[in-house]
Design a protein around this ligand. Structure first.
Ligand SMILES: [Zn+2]
Length: 239
């Protein structure tokens, strides 16, 4: 195993959360014990909700806890080109597709599913569009998001150093959005990008593995970005 590098990546869309502080503490302790590195990355790509005062609060809060980081703070917004290239790769591989459904329409369908008592999920309508239809809608200038084409069969599994083998059936997972209509990558794409596991040691997030941890692993494996190093949801969630 390479050098231990663990990271905390809070979004400056709110004040320092106690859960973030807890995870930061565990990861910092782990890095110090192993003689590795503890890194801080600011997930500032939500342009509407990110605020400098929240960033200040997070940094001050972590310092107040006595935590320090070993490399300059990385600002996610400065890495957008990388994410765009990755999204393009997914698109070219047929692992992502444009979805033209307007947000109001998606919300209406979501409410319908809730009323029927089923877990709301995107109905994959745009995944079934023909290349001609896609081109026509693009030419019309319709706004779109990029969705990850989740495999319809099989399962995804990973080893969590605390909870052991975790498995999710792919069919339970959504075709989540990887790039928003304003061209910004979503957390799902960003989490798994950014030198995903450059020697990152499996660490734990201090939380129960959750469905939300599984989807980012799927595109990671598509892109074969050191997929073998994915051992924990935390590696995905916090690198
Ligand atoms: Zn759609």
């Amino acid at each position: 195993m390479g050098e231990v590098r663990v990271r905390i990546a809070p979004s400056p869309t709110g004040y320092l959360h106690v859960g973030t502080a807890r995870t930061a503490l565990f990861n910092w302790l782990f890095a110090r014990k192993e003689g590795g590195k503890f890194l801080l990355r600011i997930e500032d790509t939500d342009r509407e909700r990110s605020k400098p005062e929240f960033e200040r609060d997070i940094i001050d809060g972590l310092r107040w806890l006595g935590l320090d980081w070993d490399e300059p703070i990385v600002y996610q917004s400065q890495r957008l080109d990388l994410y765009r290239q990755e999204a393009q790769r997914l698109l070219e591989m047929g692992k992502a597709y444009p979805c033209f459904c307007p947000p109001e329409e998606l919300e209406r369908r979501r409410q319908e599913m809730l009323a029927k008592g089923v877990a709301p999920k995107y109905d994959r309508r745009c995944r079934r569009l023909s290349p001609e239809e896609r081109e026509r809608l693009m030419k019309e200038g319709r706004p779109f998001v990029l969705r990850f084409a989740m495999p319809l069969e099989g399962e995804i599994s990973f080893h969590d150093i605390i909870r052991g083998e975790i498995r999710f059936a792919n069919r339970e997972l959504d075709d989540f959005i990887v790039v928003k209509s304003d061209g910004f990558p979503t957390l799902q794409l960003r989490l798994r990008r950014g030198r995903p596991c450059d020697g990152h040691h499996p660490c734990h997030s201090g939380r129960r593995p959750h469905l939300q941890h599984a989807p980012p692993i799927a595109p990671l494996r598509c892109l074969r970005l050191r997929a073998a190093a994915v051992r924990s949801p935390a590696v995905v969630a916090w690198t």
